[in-house]
Design a protein around this ligand. Sequence first.
Ligand code: ATP
Ligand code: MG
Length: 259
Amino acid sequence: MTARILAVANQKGGVGKTTTSVNLAGGLASAGKRVLLIDLDPQGNATMGSGIDKRGLQSSVYQVLLGLTTVQAVRQKSESGGYDLVPANRELAGAEVEMVGLDNRETRLKSALAAIAADYDFILLDCPPALNLLTLNGLVAADAVMIPMQCEYYALEGLSDLVETIRKVRKHLNPRLEIEGLLRTMYDPRNSLAQQVSEQLQQHFGDKLYATIIPRNVRLAEAPSYGAPAVNLDKACKGSQAYIALTDELLLRSAAALA
Ligand code: ATP
Ligand code: MG
C-alpha cells in the first residue's frame, strides 16, 4: 500500500487551507492513520501550528525541492499532532526562483515523495495562496485536491481559475489528479449571502461538496498559538467536531476511491 496524497489548495489567501491541513492531519492520526504533513508555504503556518519552530530549522522542504536532501532526513515528529511533518520557513520563498532553472521543476516534490510514500496512509500538502511553482509541485504530486473555501461573493470566480489550473495539470503533468472535494470553511449560518453561495456550490458541484461544513469557531483560530491542532487540544469544541466529521467523510471517500 502506498499513501494517498492530498493537496489542500486554493490560491485565495486566508480561506482555511492551513487550519484544514493541520486538523485533518491530527484527525487522521487520531483515527490510527500514519500521516505526513508537508508545509509548502514560506509562511510556515502549518509548521508552527504543528508545534515546530520554523525559525530554528536545520533543513526544510526547501532543501528537498532543490535536491539537496531527502524527505527522510527532513521530516520531524509533531508530538502535539501525532503525525510527521516536513517543515517550511521563509527560505522556501527563494525556491520559486531557484527552481525555474532546474530540470523537472514541476515534478520535484513528486520524485521526493516516492521514497517514503509506503511509510504513510496519507500525505497532506498545505499549499501557499498562489498558483505558483510550489502549488504546481503539490498538484503534480497529489492524487487529489481538497479545496477549502469561504462562502463569499467572489468565491466562485476564484474557483474557476483553480479548476482551470487543475484541468491543465491533468492534461499535461498529472492525468490522475482528481478533485477530492470542496470544503465550506468559516461558515456562519446567520449570514444569508453565505447560505446563498453554499446553495450555488451545491448546484454546481453536487457530491463533490463535502457534507461537512466547518463553522466559524474561535478555538480553531486559537489553536496555532498553542502549536497543536484544535482536534487534539479541545476535541469537544464545534470546530474540532466538524474536522473530526470531515476526517470520517474523507476516510469514506478514500475507501470508495480505492475500491
Ligand atoms: P493562507 O492563504 O495565508 O495560507 P489559509 O488559507 O491557510 O491562509 P488559515 O491560515 O487556515 O487559512 O486561516 C486564516 C485565518 O482564519 C487564521 O487566522 C485561522 O486561525 C483562522 N481560521 C481558519 N478557519 C477558521 C474557522 N473555521 N473559524 C475561525 N477562524 C478560522
Ligand atoms: Mg496557509
